[in-house]
Ligand binder design. Sequence first.
Ligand SMILES: [Zn+2]
Length: 436
Amino acid sequence: MTRPNCSTDPVTVERVATAVEGLSEDIQSFAADLVRVPSVQGEERPAQQRVSEELESMGLSVREIWPDDVTGLKSHPEFSNDGQSYENRPNLVATRSGRGDGPSLLFNGHVDVVPAGDTDQWSFDPYAGEIEDSRLLGRGASDMKGGVAAMCYAVAALERAGIELEGDLTINTVIEEEAGGFGGSLATVLDGVTADAVVNPEPTGFDQWIANDGVSYFRVTVRGKGAHAAETDNGVNAMSKLVPIYQALEALHDERKITVHDELFEEWHEHTVSLNLGRIRAGEWASSVPDEAVLEARISHAPDETREKIHDVVEDTVREAAAGDPWLEEHPPEVEWFGWRGSSAKIEAEEPIVQTVRSIATGALGRESHPKGFPGGLDTRFFVNYADTPAVCFGTGAYNIHGTDEYLPVDELEELTLALALIAMEWCGYEVVDGG
Ligand SMILES: [Zn+2]
């Protein structure tokens, strides 16, 4: 692989910018069409169909990756599934071939969205895909149908500007990111889809997200002894027995806030990791002593911590909190790790792809752009951890994502399209073939 030395000159940048401007209505209407598809988990197909049509109209041939057909997916250590079927839920891959042997690049983005929640709380229809006051309105506008539209239209912009890349540029749209990405990006990686680098236009506010925390869910079950309320002291209240464990876990959160640091995360978040006590279930009604109390929580770990270590820390904390209580010593609380577990990942800010992204963001776009860590799961981790491929998130701002009244300024949609086209040129190498 030879990396052509090509600092994109201002005349060429202008040329691509003009192409993006000429496509502006198409980009907007494509993004709006995607918003009109309520592609929550399990319902991604129509959004993928719309992407497929658009890519085919640009002359690309689109291949589908079906999670059920991917060897090794369901036995993969990071795979977890909440029972959702993968029928009718393809991932898509389409490649615009380069003319030479320049480095290849892959744009990865998800078409699924989180549910809209109580639509009465929205001031517009979350799935109408309306554009008002230069804003695209609706669920997924910034997370991340705008990003998906931009990565597809980066290809159209290169075409329109008469630019050939030296390396291959692959567009990859996936399902299920919001639920962990197992049938989506993990399936894609295990299918063998890769490139020399990956850019994922999640809404990063034009920063570079180059690291993410690992995440685990756990459940602590404490058993008591049921009794009639009139005979309270004959029972053992499981809820009361849970209290010291609850407090110990709260203290663990406070301690880890102070002791675990990664500057990429603290660039914009108060702390690198967190332990969230999310749910308690105990007792059946007011008139019985509860015989069981269950606490569910989410703990994150920094890229330089291992999942095994974090599991040990939680289990030790629970054990120590129970120590000294004769009932709990005889009936030790159980800790179970359940549901999705996401690995952490981190690449260096000096990685060439990160430098390429930064140079376009600060140069051609004239933006401030910083390398950061994201305190949760990102699909880029699959490429970093299982395909040994540097992957970075870089996209528009995030406007009310996962909340009500999500939107995206259409200026940012175009700006991102331009940025992605330029990143591809800078990374893959290019030649202007059509003087146009
Ligand atoms: Zn997203």
